[in-house]
Ligand binder design. Structure first.
Ligand code: ZN
Ligand code: ZN
Ligand code: ZN
Length: 193
């Protein structure tokens, strides 16, 4: 008697490289043994039948459909959604919170973050030269899966309207026009609308 669980365990036990393995196996066979070929044909026919099922195709279509993340406002597909797909950088103050001067010249400027407080800061050599010295050490403000579920973001109290902001729906297009800040680093508050 098949159950979802028993079949899922069986599927998990298969090598993930099965497609490559089958092709390699066929090519290295010393002779075309009809019994062996029949086993391979049975596997391939069953696989073809599976992927042609409407339920299977529906799942693939859903996985490839473009969706809108209600946390970072980027576009994603279920296929590409992983544990660090949704990343949001900290948002820093425009003005340095402290500077270290040396002989009348500013050596290091520190800019505190709006989202995580003054403890998280980006450091710049001089001031206004865009030579940031600790970008490698700064982690992301948020890192996780993209989501379409506003309730999920609300439940974790992630919306701060600073760098994690709610969707801004355009009344004409019905689409979210909230700025996606995923690819900017570091992000200063003057650069966001
Ligand atoms: Zn932050
Ligand atoms: Zn996201
Ligand atoms: Zn949005």
């Amino acid at each position: 008697m098949h159950t979802v669980n028993s079949l899922s365990t069986k599927a998990t036990g298969l090598p993930i490289s099965i497609q490559i393995d089958v092709v390699k196996f066929l090519h290295q066979l010393p002779s075309a043994n009809p019994k062996v070929l029949q086993v391979v044909a049975a596997l391939l026919n069953a696989t073809e039948t599976l992927v042609a099922l409407p339920e299977f195709q529906e799942m693939k279509e859903e996985d490839e459909a473009e969706q809108h993340c209600v946390r970072c406002h980027d576009t994603f597909t279920n296929n590409e959604n992983g544990p660090s797909s949704c990343t949001i950088p900290h948002l820093f103050d425009t003005m340095p919170s402290h500077i270290t001067a040396h002989g009348g010249y500013v050596k290091i400027s520190g800019y505190g973050s709006r989202c995580c407080g003054p403890d998280v800061e980006v450091e710049e050599e001089g001031v206004g030269a865009n030579r940031f010295t600790n970008l490698d050490e700064l982690d992301q403000c948020y890192e996780g899966y993209h989501t379409m579920d506003v309730g999920e973001v609300e439940a974790e109290e992630e919306y701060n309207e600073i760098n994690i902001r709610r969707c801004k729906m355009d009344s004409d297009s019905g689409e979210c026009v909230q700025e996606c800040i995923v690819d900017k680093d570091p992000v200063f508050d003057k650069s966001l609308q």
